[in-house]
Design a binder for this molecule. Structure first.
Ligand SMILES: Cc1cc2nc3c(=O)[nH]c(=O)nc-3n(C[C@H](O)[C@H](O)[C@H](O)COP(=O)(O)OP(=O)(O)OC[C@H]3O[C@@H](n4cnc5c(N)ncnc54)[C@H](O)[C@@H]3O)c2cc1C
Length: 378
């Protein structure tokens, strides 16, 4: 991939820089989950009004038809200015691309714009108590009843479900079929009595994810995404977008965090400690490799129209490097980095989940071995 910007790309970057200079909302307020969510929602709304919420999306749904390189510039600039995350991350990274790939014209028309404007928040109902890495084992059942499907089961780790209007739901529609083939993919309206959301408080003190109890919830047949029995393939589209999208998005956050740590090490003189300097050097190299690998993933999308299994490599590199970085922060910042209300303590605790969310490192390594390197299955 050629990383030199064309005149058009430079123009795109300059326009964005100016917009960000005029519209940056400042640092995220420190407060409870709801305050943060509302702040991110306002920020996404402002991005949407400026036409910046998902630059790579088609113009008719509120995007800019941006090239992949322009999208990369967008993420780099947002990272450079330390802008906050938008509220509807799972809508933007997972629901939108999956609906664009598999949805009917009516579904695209109905769902895409409110994802961008953050009017409708999305969550991902894949994992269950007995189906995580082995997603094809999901037990949540959907039975046809006239024009509806009636769904019963339990999901877990459902991030953002407390704010979500819609859920990307994988459920079993044919218990007789082999496990990968008996699944279908639905767009579940969360706003109904059959869906109960119970928060799970994490080690960070936040309740970022939830348990979802689904008891005879109804989904109109028109809310199936893909055909009956296509659930596994539709879910793979979501997962590939999750890994490459998260990888790209998060490598920029990694850079932001590393720059902050280096600033701190320079400020307090720890950078002169050769052990610290060497550790920072290693993280710097890994961060740069992660960035370049994320760009290589863009080339795959350019070639095949969809992210490939290489996204797993970015996600793996990012998660391990981020954990190394937050661990080092305690040595650089000192005991203060471990006090309850410190930003670094939050990062340290939150990072524990990085090697699980969006696919565990072991699973990603299996994918890389089999589908990127072409090694035989064990
Ligand atoms: C912060 C966070 C947010 C999340 N958000 C969501 C969400 O919004 N929606 C959602 O659906 N899920 C979400 N998840 C769930 C996540 O996708 C699962 O945790 C993950 O897929 C692993 O599943 P599991 O927890 O059931 O672990 P298991 O699959 O039971 O794995 C347990 C251990 O066994 C290892 N293992 C399993 N199979 C193999 C194998 N074949 N080869 C080698 N090792 C193996 C795993 O690597 C792991 O170390 C989230 C998780 C976290 C931590």
């Amino acid at each position: 991939m050629d990383l030199t910007f064309s005149a058009e790309e430079n123009e795109f970057r300059d326009e964005l820089r100016q917009w960000l200079a005029e519209n940056h909302p400042g640092d995220e307020p420190r407060g409870d989950d709801d305050t943060t969510f509302e702040f991110r929602k306002d920020w996404q709304r402002s991005l949407y009004d400026g036409g910046w919420a998902a630059v790579q999306w088609p113009q008719e749904y509120g995007g800019r038809d941006a090239t992949l390189m322009q999208s990369a510039i967008f993420f780099e600039e947002v990272g450079r200015t330390r802008a906050p995350l938008p509220a509807n991350v799972l809508g933007l990274l997972l629901a939108g691309p999956t609906i664009m790939a598999w949805g009917t014209d009516e579904q695209k028309e109905r769902y895409l714009t409110p994802i961008l404007s953050a009017d409708e928040i999305w969550c991902q109902g894949f994992s269950e108590p007995e189906a995580g890495s082995d997603l094809a084992s999901v037990k949540t059942m959907a039975k046809r009843d006239g024009d509806d499907w009636v769904v019963t089961g339990q999901k877990v780790w459902t991030s953002g479900a407390q704010y979500a209007k819609w859920c990307l739901l994988v459920a079993r529609t044919d218990p007789e079929a082999p496990k990968h083939k008996g699944l279908s993919y639905f767009l579940l309206d969360m706003d109904q009595p059959g869906v109960q959301v119970r928060p799970l408080v994490q080690i960070t003190g936040e309740a970022e994810f939830n348990e979802l109890f689904i008891e005879e919830a109804r989904i109109p047949h028109e809310n199936m995404l893909g055909g009956e029995g296509d659930g596994w393939n539709v879910a793979l589209t979501t997962l590939m977008n999750e890994r490459s999208g998260l990888g790209f998005f998060l490598q920029i956050r990694l850079r932001q965090l590393l720059d902050q740590l280096v600033e701190e090490a320079v400020r307090n003189g720890k950078i002169k400690d050769p052990v610290i300097a060497e550790a920072i050097g290693e993280i710097e190299a890994r961060t740069e490799v992660t960035r370049l690998t994320a760009y290589r993933g863009l080339s795959t999308i350019e070639k095949y129209g969809q992210p490939g299994p290489e996204g797993s490599l970015t996600k793996w590199l990012w998660s391990e490097t981020n954990q190394m970085l937050v661990q080092l922060a305690a040595d650089v910042v000192g005991p203060e980095a471990l006090s309850a209300d410190s930003k670094w303590a939050y990062e340290l605790l939150r990072a524990r989940g990085n090697t699980l969310e969006g696919g565990t490192t072991e699973i990603l390594k299996n994918i890389i071995a089999e589908r990127v390197l072409g090694l035989p299955r064990k």
